[in-house]
Design a protein around this ligand. Structure first.
Ligand code: F6P
Length: 576
């Protein structure tokens, strides 16, 4: 065995990890039998707690000095995505224990349960089968005794036919004009996926069509999205899984009115509105012809729906071929997640590293920093994916967790962030693990801009890891009093995700990478990553409050004194 200082077994890593998975999995089937064992009681968890005290003061400078080649082998690659995780505060022992933890928590069984359509969303008694949305036609995935793959492909074909009609100008508005503007109305997963994908793949989009997105119930969002465009040339896609979401319905009704104000005939609605939903009844109640509805299923969670019919605006923008390439990218990552050993498995590694910092270093957040302007909405997309999935306080059996769950996700595209919040990441008092995302080829060559961009990405990860010591600063002739201000502790962990080029296929693999990393974390925390009960209370209160705000007579307010006073003040100052 060729073991180096930091404990990486360089010869038999894969074998050992496979071993860890199988032995510990058998011992740790939490969902079957050992359900009573809390996460913090698991042997691997306890070992990680002890191990943390060994690691916590170990510097990345030291780790690289002791093992100069770690940057070459602490990497994993799949489906065109290269992950360098060497600049993390880990040793071979850390990895071994994290993989052991995954085994003890039954991650393998959880993965199999998800892919095979078991009701892993237990509080809603549903499967979570977004992976079926990108399964090839030949696959067989059975839910309630029925193979669902043909239905998935039927909807994809329906979307493709419709997208072709719009892209070719064959689908005309009520007055015979060509549709030039597509406005997606939706919120949460019915907005963030479409808007993120549109921005990410704009390079591949039809440039003679305009794509806009309305999500916020703030009238400003509607007004700005509809300013300067002609209702006769505009198609609204109303996206709502439930078709009961207040914001979306309010915006859809405003859009209907905006259209009718110009077209003056309710028959125009069928030419200017289509719906994406699971709720045919509410779609037709709204006045949209069910023939113009694109369906999906309750086993697709909102935040996992961008590759369902919710992606209709994406398909219209980039065409069905490109959309299918994106699905193939998702599928490639799905296959990798499903089959690769944990220590070679990109989503598992990223998920386990997130656990390592979240639960042992007690980091609060993860910054996601895409070095590609097209990915500017990617952090916002990941916020819902991660925090709505894993922002949970009880385990599957309803007991209060005694550990932190989801980290807070945030970020902005590089290099903009460097001139704003990176100061805190470099020299602040918090530990903020970061994911850097970059591409070897640019879609928009411009002088040496891409080299400048990527030089910044590489420089940031190097600076964050290695820092600059007081001695180094002093050696440059810096006066003593200034040295503390100009030194960098370093030891700030990063992942670097590098792909060749941002294509529809790459975007699919990237999104699936994060989906499965989130899944991995949720499986370890033993929570339901597919429900979102936490949004309900605010929704219910808002329904009551809006009635009070709109009451013709002064209502008797029975909220707390703060809410009552705020509402009274609003009532006085809001005007007519
Ligand atoms: O309220 C949260 C949520 O249910 C999200 O999970 C979902 O993506 C969003 O609202 C929109 O829901 P719908 O697609 O049903 O309008």
């Amino acid at each position: 065995m060729n073991r180096n200082f930091t404990g990486f077994d360089l010869t038999s890593h894969a074998d050992r990890s496979a071993n860890d998975e199988s032995t510990t999995d058998a011992a740790g089937m939490r969902s079957e039998g050992v359900a009573a064992m809390s996460l913090t009681e698991h042997p691997a968890w306890k070992a990680l707690e002890a191990h943390y005290h060994v690691i916590k003061d170990l510097h990345l400078r030291q780790l690289f000095a002791d093992d100069p080649k770690r940057g070459e082998y602490l990497t994993a690659e799949a489906a065109g995505i290269y992950l360098d995780y060497s600049k993390n505060r880990i040793t071979g022992e850390t990895l071994r224990l994290l993989v052991q933890l995954a085994g003890e928590c039954g991650l393998r069984k959880r993965i199999d349960a998800m892919f095979s359509g078991q009701q892993i969303n237990s509080t809603e008694q549903r499967a979570a089968l977004h992976t079926a949305l990108r399964a090839p036609e030949s696959e067989l995935i059975v839910v309630d005794g029925l193979n669902i793959v043909p239905a998935v492909h039927a909807v994809l074909n329906q979307m493709a036919a419709f997208a072709d009609q719009l892209r070719s100008g064959q689908w005309q508005g009520y007055t015979g004009k060509r549709i030039r503007n597509i406005i997606n109305i939706g919120i949460g997963g019915s907005d963030l996926g479409p808007v993120m994908a549109y921005e990410a793949l704009r390079h591949y989009s039809l440039r003679d069509m305009v794509f806009r997105f309305i999500s916020n119930v703030d009238g400003t969002d509607f007004k700005e999205a509809t300013t300067g465009i002609d209702p006769e040339e505009t198609l609204f896609i109303v996206c709502s899984k439930t078709f009961t979401t207040t914001e979306t319905l309010a915006n859809a009704h405003a859009a209907r009115q905006w259209t009718l104000d110009k077209l003056n005939d309710v028959r125009a609605v069928r030419k200017h509105f289509v719906a994406v939903s699971t709720n045919v009844k509410e779609v037709s109640n709204f006045g949209i012809d069910p023939a113009n509805m694109f369906g999906f299923w309750d086993w697709v969670g909102g935040r996992y729906s961008m590759d369902s019919a919710i992606g209709l605006s994406t398909m219209i923008a980039i065409g069905s071929e490109n959309f299918r390439a994106m699905l193939a990218g998702f599928h490639a990552m799905d296959q990798h997640f499903r089959t690769a050993p944990f220590d070679k498995n990109l989503p598992v590694l990223m998920g386990l590293l997130a656990i390592w910092y979240n639960n042992f270093f007690h980091s609060q957040t993860i910054a996601v920093l895409p070095y590609d302007q097209y990915l500017k909405r990617f952090p916002a997309y990941l916020q819902q994916l991660t925090m709505e999935s894993n922002g949970k306080h009880v385990t599957l059996d309803g007991s209060r967790v005694n550990y932190q769950t989801s980290p807070i996700i945030w970020g902005e595209p590089g290099t903009n962030g460097q001139h704003s919040f990176y100061q805190l990441i470099h020299q602040g008092t918090r530990l903020i693990p970061c994911d850097f995302i970059g591409f070897c080829q640019t879609l928009n060559p411009l002088d040496n801009h891409h080299n400048l961009l990527m030089a910044n990405l590489f420089a940031q990860t190097e600076a964050l890891a290695f820092g600059k010591t007081m001695d180094e600063v002093k050696a440059e002739g810096t006066p003593d009093w200034l040295c503390p201000h100009r030194s960098f502790e370093g030891n700030r962990p990063t992942n670097t995700i590098l792909a060749e080029r941002l294509t529809p296929h790459t975007l699919g693999t990237l999104v699936a990478l994060y989906e499965h990393s989130v899944f991995t974390q949720g499986a370890i925390w033993n929570i339901d990553s597919f429900d979102q009960w936490g949004v309900e209370l605010g929704k219910a209160l808002a329904q009551r409050i809006v009635q009070e705000l709109e009451s013709p007579s002064e209502p008797l307010l029975t909220h707390d004194s703060s809410t009552n006073a705020l509402m009274r003040r609003y009532g006085k100052l809001k005007g007519a």
